[in-house]
Design a binder for this molecule. Structure first.
Ligand SMILES: *[C@@H]1O[C@H](CO)[C@@H](O)[C@H](O)[C@H]1NC(C)=O
Ligand SMILES: *[C@@H]1O[C@H](CO)[C@@H](O)[C@H](O)[C@H]1NC(C)=O
Ligand SMILES: *[C@@H]1O[C@H](CO)[C@@H](O)[C@H](O)[C@H]1NC(C)=O
Ligand SMILES: *[C@@H]1O[C@H](CO)[C@@H](O)[C@H](O)[C@H]1NC(C)=O
Length: 246
């Protein structure tokens, strides 16, 4: 009996080996070269120089099938260090190609290059890639199109045509300089308070499209209301994540 089981086991390994080879044969490897460089662009009647990939804005489209692997060799011909993140690609056990600056890698310095190994696994559909250093993603981004695995199809009727629409922002100035300047500008609000007293802050987030973090150094805040209603069970926090409109 033991021998039969062993044969069955070997047979199983053999069959799954063939299946694996069949599966692997269906996935492909793609190579892209991204050249980061300053490029002049004109939008809304104003021209500015900004960092782009291959002088295109939005950048080049990556096309692959589910399960494929994409190597992207990023050559930095710009003036500052940048990394690129493959937004929505889960990359299990492959963090060194994920891209967040100073978290999984140092920036790709000017006049150097770095090759990302983007391993598609369960993803299928439309994702995007973008720079992951300060606000550089404003001009360094593009779509990733993941088609169904070869031999499979969409889980809906095949469309007659398709089009990629990338919604982006256009800043008239250099967005990185704008952010740096806004951090330097003296905009600190000062309010003289009495020691030991309790104050109610009514906070409104009127900025565009971003969440803000609000804190007071060496103090805890107690949240007593959100969106025009008091909250049940007051919650004391150090940092407060304020969504647009709150
Ligand atoms: C980007 O430009 C480089 C150099 O011209 C070229 O070799 C590469 O194929 C281009 N990449 C894409 C994705 O168009
Ligand atoms: C962009 O345009 C400015 C003004 O015309 C020019 O000085 C600069 O060299 C251009 N930059 C690039 C990267 O072409
Ligand atoms: C840099 O690019 C060269 C030429 O394309 C390539 O052979 C090399 O592997 C790349 N280096 C890295 C670190 O990606
Ligand atoms: C804030 O709350 C934490 C946790 O409850 C506490 O350890 C800390 O002393 C508090 N800080 C102040 C400034 O009250």
């Amino acid at each position: 009996m033991g021998t039969v089981s062993a044969f069955e086991f070997v047979g199983f390994v053999f069959v799954s080996g063939i299946l694996m080879v069949l599966c692997m044969a269906q996935t492909n490897v793609h190579y892209y070269d991204f050249v980061l460089k300053e490029t002049n662009f004109t939008r809304l009647c104003s021209t500015k120089s900004m960092l782009t990939v291959n002088e295109s804005f939005p950048g080049p489209i990556i096309r692959a099938h589910k399960g494929d692997t994409v190597y992207v060799n990023v050559h930095n011909e710009g003036d500052y260090g940048v990394t690129i993140h493959w937004h929505g690609v889960k990359q299990p056990r492959n963090p060194w190609s994920d891209g967040p600056e100073y978290i999984t890698q140092c920036p790709i310095e000017p006049r150097s290059n770095f090759t990302y190994e983007v391993i598609l696994s369960k993803e299928e559909g439309t994702l995007w890639w973008h720079a992951h250093s300060d606000w550089t993603r404003a001009s360094i981004h593009g779509a990733i199109v993941v088609y169904p695995a070869i031999g499979t199809t969409f889980p809906f009727l095949k469309p007659d045509e398709e089009e990629i629409i990338v919604l982006g922002s256009w800043y008239k100035g250099d967005v990185n300089k704008m952010v740096a300047e806004s951090l330097e500008t003296e905009t600190t609000y000062r309010w003289l308070v009495d020691y030991g007293k309790t104050y109610l802050l009514r906070i409104v987030n009127a900025v565009m499209n971003v969440e803000l973090f609000f804190a007071i150094a060496q103090h805890n805040l107690t949240v007593v209301g959100i969106d025009g209603a008091y909250v049940y069970g007051f919650c004391t926090v150090i940092l407060k994540d304020i969504s647009v409109g709150v």
